[in-house]
Design a protein around this ligand. Structure first.
Ligand SMILES: CNc1nc2c(CCNCC3CCCCC3)c3nc(N)[nH]c(=O)c3cc2[nH]1
Ligand SMILES: [Zn+2]
Length: 401
């Protein structure tokens, strides 16, 4: 089941801001989600290094699960036994699962694509495996995720065909890939219905960096009337200006009364640009992945905790942050008078010693930063001050930490 209610569009819509920002609520089987929203990524049934309770505390409303990895390990027999992913990973709010197409694609060479599906060797034990639109639907039905993504082919930015390998994907290659994903979208919808899955199936717009192919992909998906639409095939190594060009073209054209999900994006600046172009939902591994390699986000810019300048700095990562790392149990930011969190010196020390608490606190902080950023976006849209918010966001981020 899915119900999307569009509460507000940005009053500046169509103005010089060209803002297509929207405020909405998404009602799913496991709960209600306020949009725009950032969705933390849980690859192996866990958001790496973060307890479910911490995710609740920082305001996570929906997280991602990974069809491909969970199918490999622990396998569908275990998932069946638990009645799905919610019971297995003890997450009682909504879950979105990707279809596995992108994950197989990321395996690179070890795969063979045909009309039927994708053949590849398991990265876990080398077994020969076959993933098809139907099998992807069966796996996601077993996982019982609230939002199921269609099995698609994420059109690469650089061609992987033997004769044109490494060159930018041609219009012809992008067209054939987009049309394959459209045929797979229909097969997913038919299998999803046959399985009587009570959740929501999203279609994924492809078309590479070609606006007219993006339009054709969207038209094809609209004809199938999915309850939600995602934009795929971006953040795949293309130059930022290409991503923005495609986003600005297709975002505002997505069906107004359905939720819009931009897959695998992105930096804080990308999220703001996405919201301005009509995107409601985002996922990205950056908050947790960057945390593990010591890059920390803050209102005033990014920070490399390994840098010697933090060696004896008593300040928190971000004085305005209310996460457990910066504001501790008090939850009151330093800017508001709290003095309870961990210092940059301590986090620098943990990083230098390779202590596991380092990436754990950094992950909590980075996820909280992304979730809080979207909370501030929702508040600004509710208040009708989104334009001013965006200006302040960019000014602050340029200040430096
Ligand atoms: C990082 N850039 C990017 N990601 C893309 C993704 C993956 C989005 N994230 C899913 C999570 C990844 C970690 C495990 C849990 C699921 C894409 N997925 C699909 N199906 N199609 C894309 O075109 C597609 C395109 C993408 N571009
Ligand atoms: Zn923090």
């Amino acid at each position: 089941m899915l119900k999307f209610e569009l509460l507000k569009t940005d009053p500046a819509e169509g103005s010089y801001l060209g803002s297509h920002a929207r405020r909405g609520t998404l009602t799913l089987n496991h709960g209600v989600v306020q949009t725009p929203i950032f969705m933390p990524v849980g690859t192996y049934g866990t958001v790496k290094g973060v307890m479910p309770q911490s995710l609740h505390d920082m305001g996570a409303q929906i997280i991602l699960g990974n069809t491909f990895h969970l199918w490999m390990r622990p396998g569908l027999d275990v998932m069946e036994k638990f009645g799905g992913l919610h019971q297995f990973e003890k997450w009682d709010k909504p879950i979105l699962t990707d279809s596995g197409g992108f994950q197989v694609w990321s395996l690179g060479e070890m795969r063979k694509i045909s009309e039927e599906g994708v053949k590849f060797a398991s990265p876990v034990n080398g077994d020969k495996l076959f993933l098809t639109p139907e099998i992807s639907m069966q796996i996601q039905t077993t996982l019982n995720s609230d939002i199921v993504m269609q099995f698609d082919e994420c059109t690469p930015y650089l061609s992987v065909e033997p004769k044109t390998k490494g060159l930018v994907t041609t219009e012809r290659e992008a067209r054939s890939s987009m049309e394959l994903s459209l045929r797979w979208a229909k097969r997913c919808q038919e299998e999803f219905a046959r399985l009587n899955n009570p959740n929501a199936l999203f279609g994924i717009v492809q078309g590479g960096m070609h606006e007219h192919l993006r339009d054709e992909s969207l038209a094809g998906l609209e004809a199938l009337d999915f309850p939600g639409i995602a934009v795929g095939g971006l953040s795949v190594g293309e130059p930022k200006e290409d991503m923005m060009r495609v986003l600005k073209h297709i975002g505002p054209k997505l069906p107004k009364h359905k939720p819009h999900y931009l897959m695998g994006v992105g930096t804080p600046e990308d999220l703001i640009a996405g919201v301005q172009n009509g995107i409601d939902m985002f996922d990205c591994v950056m908050p947790t992945r960057n945390a593990r390699n010591g890059t920390l986000f803050s209102r005033y810019g990014d920070l490399k905790i390994r840098n010697a300048r933090h060696k004896s700095d008593p300040q928190p990562l971000d004085v305005t942050c209310t996460c457990h790392a910066c504001a501790g149990k008090s939850g009151v930011s330093w800017a508001d008078g709290g003095r309870d969190g961990f210092s940059r010196a301590y986090l620098h020390h943990l990083d230098r010693c390779g202590e596991m608490l380092g990436p754990m606190l950094a992950s909590i902080h980075n996820l909280h930063y992304y979730l809080n950023l979207m909370q501030e976006v929702r508040d600004a849209l509710d208040a009708g001050t989104f334009g001013a918010f965006v200006n302040q966001f960019h000014t602050d981020r340029a200040r430096g930490v």
